[in-house]
Design a protein around this ligand. Structure first.
Ligand code: 6R9
Length: 617
């Protein structure tokens, strides 16, 4: 697919009353790329002048004294309660108080602090307070069941958990004895008991309000100091689930904030004055890097919503809050698409300037739907828990190539490496093969950006295996075209080998997505005596379409017409596909279920696949 010329709002289908007043920041990508160095970009960091650097200072405190002091840093939309706000100055003071409260609980450098919370003021304050105390912040998906919670609390040697009473009682309390490292549980909804001295709530817990009250009483703004952390001291711990085995804890350090900042500016186009909405779950790496730290470092106003997905509510937020930059994920976009573009057109988004996506392949169909719904193409970004920040992006102002993830962030070197038999990069005598334009192999990056993970917690071997010959190996297959655009093929684990062809699931899924009845697709390889594997597609339908054998036949013909021999041979209709909590279609699980294999680690599954009727033509 060719370039989509997107400069400003030219070519949109709907009239927009207000032209955008801000030209994109990146401007000339080539010039930015040539002149960029991390060292020079580091001049943005304030530090304390003595070699110390703390993320929370760079994200918040640096704005709390100057022109942005009274700017709203975060607007909290609640399900039913009224909206609340914190300015940059208030966010600084309140996170100082949380840091003071944590210190009073004897929490300091290196200690792990977890949240098991929905998007709420307590979550944001815990993140910043933890960093200010020099401790390490670790988010958990609020919808996690007991097992993944306990496993991560144990693996992370977590000392403090901030959560609410129902979550605590159900997920943690019955196993508290097996968590010797867990010293404090702070409950955001518990009340202090009458005449309380910290009591209230279940035994072994403390109301958040009591801990905070003690912090507030001890807090002196004149003498408070942010922990003097070093640039490479641990700051964040993000668990990412392997396809099998135990979750990996990727450790990030304080200087990562420079990459969060630079990429939030380059790829998300953020600057003071922006109203920014990131829909990522706070338990996911995106929720931290671009739900909190990156955008605050740019001095924007963040909008957060505590409610679950609801298409009408989302359009209303975009419209009524005057959102200028919207960062979301392909599943969310497909859920919007499923309700039809008419609902989008009942609203107006004159303030919206940039719509961005992350987390899994963005089908060309979704890019173009953005033009229809918002008057803006969706811009894709690619990165991983391990990279900590966006590595590849369709930059604002650069022609978007629908289906491509874009080009490397200035300061990041990407390459595609030749594959061995297992689909991963082949290492011969310690060396890898760097492939040429359009050749398919494993996507690799030259380490050297500040948000690179520095270890997998307690697992040095696994960390070592992520590198070869000076490259970080992503585990994704891709190709890079002659103009430097990176095209996603699939996870190395998900690629299908059929009759001698290597088939990337993304290409097949994108082709089927162009059929008007299709809402979402996941494809897998199913063993076949003749071809090795054949492609099987699991399809959910848009509102108003019925799963019939005739439609299955039509989809197969549609796929064959577009894709030829790599088209799916079997179609199954499902009510819903299994997703991870960060919105990725779990092809591994579709395959395991299809083949009756063990399902492996399911801790991050968002919802089980409904046993929808399977229809074979
Ligand atoms: C931020 C995040 C990383 C994996 C990554 C890849 C997939 C992410 C993508 C994408 C295609 C994109 N992925 N962005 N695939 N196009 N734009 O997602 O981190 O949860 O660790 O997942 O997600 O497979 O390797 P994480």
């Amino acid at each position: 697919m060719g370039d989509l010329a997107v400069h400003g709002r030219a070519g949109q289908r709907r009239p927009i009353e207000h032209a955008p007043s801000l030209p994109p920041l990146v401007g000339d990508y080539e010039a930015r790329r040539r002149s960029f160095s991390w060292e020079a970009a580091g001049a943005w960091l304030q530090g304390d002048g003595e070699g110390h650097l703390n993320m929370a200072h760079e994200a918040v405190d640096r704005h709390a004294e100057g022109e942005l002091a009274d700017t709203v840093a975060i607007r909290f939309l609640a399900r039913t309660a009224p909206t609340t706000e914190l300015t940059y100055a208030q966010l600084r003071d309140q996170s100082d108080i949380v840091a003071t409260a944590l210190r009073r609980l004897d929490i300091g450098p290196g200690d792990g602090v977890c949240t098991l919370l929905p998007r709420s003021p307590e979550l944001y304050l815990t993140v910043l307070g933890t960093l200010k105390a020099g401790a390490v912040y670790c988010p958990l998906f609020p919808a996690f069941g007991p097992e993944p919670v306990l496993e991560r609390l144990r693996l992370g040697h977590i000392r403090v958990l901030v959560t609410d009473t129902p979550s605590y009682l159900r997920k943690v309390e019955p196993h508290r004895d097996s968590l010797p490292d867990l010293r404090h549980v702070l409950l955001t909804d518990a009340e202090a008991a009458e005449g309380g001295d910290g009591a209230g709530g279940p035994p072994g817990t403390m109301p958040w309000s009591v801990a905070l009250g003690a912090g507030a009483a001890a807090y002196d703004p004149d003498t408070f100091t942010v922990a003097p952390t070093r640039p490479d001291d641990p700051a964040l711990l993000h668990f990412t689930s392997g396809t099998t085995g135990k979750p990996k804890g990727a450790v990030h350090v304080h200087e990562a904030i420079l990459a969060h900042h630079v990429t939030a500016e380059f790829a998300l186009d953020l600057r003071p004055g922006d109203i920014y909405w990131c829909t990522a779950d706070p338990g996911w790496v995106t929720g931290t890097s671009y739900g909190i730290l990156g955008p605050l470092s740019c001095g924007v106003t963040i909008v957060t919503d505590a409610a679950d997905f609801d298409a009408r509510r989302w359009y209303r937020i975009l419209q009524d809050e005057g959102v200028t930059v919207f960062y979301t994920a392909p599943t969310a976009l497909r859920m919007l698409m499923r309700t039809g573009v008419g609902l989008a057109h009942e609203h107006a988004f004159p303030a919206l300037r940039h719509v961005v996506s992350v987390g899994e392949p963005l089908n060309p169909e979704a890019v173009l739907w953005g033009v229809e719904a918002f008057g803006l193409p969706v811009h894709d970004t690619w990165w991983q828990t391990e990279t900590g920040a966006i590595m590849v992006s369709n930059f604002p102002g650069m022609p978007v190539r629908p289906g491509s993830m874009g080009r490397p962030v200035p300061g990041v070197v990407a390459a595609v490496l030749g594959q061995g038999a297992d689909g991963r990069a082949e290492v011969t005598d310690g060396h890898v093969r760097v492939l040429g334009p359009d050749e398919v192999g494993e996507l690799a990056l030259r380490p050297g950006w500040p948000s690179m993970f520095r270890s997998y917690l307690d697992d040095p071997d696994r960390y070592a295996r992520a590198f070869a010959d000076g490259w970080y190996l992503s585990g994704d297959l891709a190709r890079i075209d002659a103009d430097g655009y990176v095209w996603f093929i699939g996870r190395a684990d998900d690629v299908i080998k059929s009759a001698g062809h290597l088939i990337g699931p993304f290409e097949v899924e994108s082709a089927l997505m162009e059929h008007p009845a299709v809402a979402e697709v996941g494809v897998i390889g199913k063993p076949d005596p003749l071809a090795g594997e054949i492609v099987k597609a699991f399809v959910t339908l848009k509102v108003g379409h019925e799963p019939t054998p005739a439609l299955a036949r039509e989809l197969i013909a549609f796929g064959r017409h577009r894709l030829g021999s790599v088209a799916p041979r079997e179609i199954a209709f499902d009510q819903a596909l299994p997703h991870t909590r960060s919105g990725k279609v779990m092809r591994r699980l579709l395959r395991a279920r299809e083949l009756g294999l063990p399902e492996g680690d399911l801790s991050t599954v968002e919802r089980p696949a409904a046993d929808g009727p399977e229809v074979r033509p």
